[in-house]
Design a protein around this ligand. Structure first.
Ligand code: FES
Length: 111
């Protein structure tokens, strides 16, 4: 089980959930009401699933593929912590992650 803390872009809102191995981070985020469109549903063609990942086990994530890196080049507010949530499948050795929405992401639930 992975404990995930989703943080809004400005850090003012926090949502804590747990997820099981095999779950895709994008699906977990959407189920938790996070503002990630995931328009291309994992085809690495949109970067609307861009998140910034940190926390205890961020280093345990498999490194991004070249395709993921290329797509992140187009993402607004990308940094070294940037990942595409559609490419991240949780594994049993990832116990905790902090997942922040990127700068400029719009939280539709607050409109
Ligand atoms: S859903 Fe489009 S790149 Fe992740």
């Amino acid at each position: 089980m992975t404990r995930i803390r989703f943080l809004s872009a400005d850090g003012t809102r926090e949502t804590r959930v747990t997820a099981e191995p095999g779950e895709r981070l994008l699906d977990v985020a959407q189920a938790a009401g996070q503002p990630l469109e995931g328009t291309c549903e994992g085809a690495m063609a949109c970067s609307t699933c861009h998140v910034l990942i940190s926390g205890a086990d961020a280093a345990r994530l498999p490194p991004p593929s070249d395709e993921e890196e290329d797509m992140l080049d187009f993402a607004v507010g990308a940094s070294r912590a940037s990942r595409l949530a559609c490419q991240i499948v949780l594994t049993a050795d990832i116990a905790a992650l902090d997942v922040r929405m990127p700068p400029g992401s719009v939280d539709m639930s607050r409109r």
